[in-house]
Design a protein around this ligand. Structure first.
Ligand SMILES: [Zn+2]
Ligand SMILES: [Zn+2]
Length: 189
C-alpha cells in the first residue's frame, strides 16, 4: 500500500495588527495569512486571497503552484529558524500537502496548515525582552500596538499604546484559536 505522509515544515511570520486582530503576515512580502489553510498561487508565494493591491502575472497559467522552474509556492524550512530580533514575530509548524517541491533546506508547497500552537517572539535576544525603541535598551514591559506593527516597549516608550505581556498573549491566543484553529504562546515564558 502506498502511504503518503504530509510534509512538515517550519516557518516564521511577522505578527501584525490588522482590523483590530493580530494576524500572520509573510516576512518577505507582507501578504497576510488569513485562515487555517493557505494555498499557493503564482507569482512567488502570494496567497490565494483577494489581494487586489498587487497584480502580478502568473508565470505558468493553468499549471498549479509551485512550478518546478518558478519560485512560487508556500515556503517552509526543514528546521526551525530564529526570528530576527526586531518587531514581533511568530514561528510555527506547518503541514504541507498538494504539490510539494523539496529543496535542500526546505519546501515550496501548494497547500499548508498550521499544525500546533504558534510561538510568539517579542523582538529580543535571548532572555527578557528589551524595548525596541532605539537607542533604549530598558526591560520591555508590554507590546506597543501600532497601525502596522507590534513592538516590545518599556514603560516610558509604550505609554498609551501598549498592552501588558499577559494580556497580549491571551489576546493573540484567543484570536488565533478563532482564525487559525491553533493557540499561541510567548516564547519567553
Ligand atoms: Zn510560479
Ligand atoms: Zn524604551
Amino acid at each position: 500500500m502506498l502511504t503518503i505522509d504530509p510534509f512538515v515544515g517550519h516557518r516564521i511570520w511577522r505578527l501584525v495588527p490588522s482590523g483590530g486582530e493580530p494576524i500572520l503576515a509573510s516576512a518577505t512580502s507582507g501578504d497576510p495569512w488569513l485562515g487555517p489553510e493557505a494555498e499557493a498561487a503564482c507569482f512567488a508565494g502570494v496567497l490565494l486571497q483577494p489581494l487586489e493591491r498587487r497584480i502580478v502575472p502568473d508565470r505558468h497559467p493553468g499549471e498549479a503552484s509551485p512550478a518546478l522552474d518558478c519560485t512560487c509556492g508556500l515556503y517552509a524550512a526543514k528546521s526551525p529558524t530564529s526570528p530576527p530580533h526586531r518587531r514581533v514575530w511568530a514561528a510555527g509548524r506547518l503541514e504541507l500537502w498538494g504539490r510539494v517541491i523539496e529543496g535542500t533546506k526546505g519546501f515550496r508547497a501548494q497547500r499548508a496548515r498550521l499544525i500546533d500552537d504558534v510561538e510568539i517572539f517579542l523582538g529580543m535576544g535571548p532572555g527578557s525582552p528589551r524595548c525596541t525603541s532605539p537607542p533604549c535598551r530598558e526591560l520591555a514591559t508590554g507590546v506597543w500596538i501600532g497601525s502596522t506593527s507590534f513592538l516590545s516597549r518599556c514603560d516610558r516608550h509604550g505609554r498609551n499604546r501598549s498592552i501588558g505581556f499577559d494580556d497580549f498573549e491571551a489576546w493573540v491566543r484567543s484570536s488565533f484559536r478563532k482564525r487559525y484553529g491553533v493557540g499561541a504562546d510567548l516564547a519567553s515564558r
